[in-house]
Design a protein around this ligand. Structure first.
Ligand code: PHE
Length: 463
């Protein structure tokens, strides 16, 4: 199975499997790497509040919409729209999603590669020093291990490319082995373990001297920040909400198509969004206390976590072992996300262009490979790719909610949400209100604002 014969689609085997796979897609570098640094650049607690609002009012409705489309159509994002809206142009949403998948997979896999570098480094240090922690290392060695090594690694270019290729290879391997045997199997075990490790990190981080300030930064809003840069903060909160939930590009249309008819879609969406948000907040609670305790700048940017985490491990007995386990699991968390992005492209290639799963995966990996190497070589390309989800995903989400709110007949969406009458849908009117009015209006408004503000920063004279 897994070769994509029509009518014989692969599917997730259990309720926990569905949640684990969708949460596996949602939880990843977006929570542990991107959330802390974007929140750090955008005022901390203020950002968090707006972010939470977007998750509840826009994120969950978009996620439910994607599940409805995917499960009712039983197709990849392009095929799904062609099937439920034949002869209409809605399938362009699916194509937009495939384009987003290429861009996201490229830079995301590069960052996932950084994780591998840290993993290997912690093993190397254990082997060369013969110790399991940092305690016996002198300061020069520690500094080299952290920032110095990090810069040298990024500037060195070939190692980031090597790790990128390795991550790409693992991703492809799992995707080729299919939904149940690949994606679900790994997600089920690894997600809970990652969570445990994060909690241990939080405990260490909040007990550092000077940690309190970090918690205040994350939880006590300073609204003057919002006044200073309202557009940027709000747009990046929306973009981060979409990115973190894996919505707006058809990932969850694709996964929705593997969900069995008996599962509860709304419940799944709420559980996944809650788990995802929880992990992001916990990651923030691990990072910010340490950021302040060590005098790191919270607005440091994409390196923030990769500088802060080792500094925390340094203060833990057996720190190298913790570092090893953490980066290993982060790498798996990244993998359960990269496979969900690659799956979008592979499902599209295999179902719409009648390729085998295997060939589809190879073609996708090679083409994403070129883009990813560009990202690893050029900080500028990386920056553009990394910023693009903030606009691309809300744009996709806009059309997805329009489709559910205004096009798809209501009995159809209700039927899907209730699994043919099995589940109660008391929330249905609220859901329709959100997808018909709230989400599309809010996204459209913010999208225009976002495009406008980016044009201004690109061409400062014109504003
Ligand atoms: N949600 C993933 C994360 O937070 C990234 C992702 C984005 C995955 C879009 C799929 C689609 O790490």
């Amino acid at each position: 199975m897994g070769e994509g014969e029509p009518g014989l689609r692969d599917s997730f085997s259990s309720k926990f499997g569905v949640i684990a796979a969708a949460a596996g897609s949602a939880i990843g570098l977006g929570n542990i790497w991107r959330f802390p640094y974007v929140a750090g650049q955008n005022g901390g607690a203020v950002f968090l509040i707006i972010y939470l609002l977007f998750i509840a009012a826009i994120g969950i409705p978009v996620m439910m919409s994607e599940f409805i489309i995917g499960r009712s159509a039983q197709r990849n994002p392009v095929g799904a729209f062609k099937r439920i809206a034949p002869g209409k142009k809605w399938y362009f949403i699916g194509l937009l999603g495939v384009v987003s998948a290429f861009i996201i997979l490229a830079f995301y896999t590069v960052v996932a590669g950084w994780t591998l570098e840290y993993l290997i480094q912690s093993v190397k240090w254990m082997a060369t020093s013969g110790r399991l922690g940092f305690s016996q290392m002198d300061n020069a060695a520690l500094k080299e291990f952290f920032t110095g090594h990090y810069q040298g690694f990024i500037d060195g270019k070939w190692r980031p490319i090597l790790w990128f290729v390795v991550m790409m290879f693992f991703t492809g391997y799992i995707v080729i082995s299919g939904v149940k045997n690949g994606i679900e199997k790994y997600a089920k075990i690894l997600m809970p373990v990652l969570f445990l490790l994060l909690i241990i990190l939080v405990v260490r981080s909040v007990t550092l001297e000077g940690a309190g300030e970090g918690l205040l930064f994350l939880f006590r809003p300073d609204f003057s920040q919002l006044v200073q840069a309202p557009v940027r903060i709000i747009i990046e909160a929306l973009g981060q909400a979409f990115f973190s939930l894996s919505i707006g590009m058809g990932t969850l249309i694709t996964y929705g198509s593997y969900i069995q008819k008996k599962e509860n879609l709304a419940g799944t969406a709420v559980n996944v969004a809650a788990a995802d948000t929880f992990i992001a907040v916990v990651a923030g609670m691990a990072i910010f206390p340490a950021v302040f305790a060590f005098g790191i700048d919270p607005g440091e940017g994409p390196e923030l976590v990769y500088i802060t985490l080792p500094a925390i491990f340094q203060r833990m007995p057996g720190g190298l072992i913790w570092a090893f386990m953490f980066f290993l699991l982060l790498c798996f968390a990244a993998l359960t996300s990269t496979i969900s992005v690659l799956e979008v492209i592979v499902a599209y290639f295999s179902e719409q262009l009648s390729m085998t799963r295997r060939n589809a995966a190879i073609l996708a990996m090679v083409s994403v490979g070129f883009l990813g190497i560009l990202c690893a070589l050029s900080g500028k390309v990386f920056g553009i790719f990394n910023a693009s989800p903030d606009l691309l995903l809300p744009l996709g989400g806009f059309f997805i909610v329009l489709f559910i709110g205004w096009f798809l007949p209501k009995d159809k969406s209700r039927q899907e949400l209730s699994s043919g009458g099995t589940y109660r849908t008391k929330y249905y009117r609220l859901f329709i209100f959100l997808v018909k009015f709230v989400a599309p209006l809010a996204i459209a408004f913010l999208f225009i604002l976002g495009v406008y503000s980016r044009l201004i920063t690109l061409f400062p004279g014109a504003g």
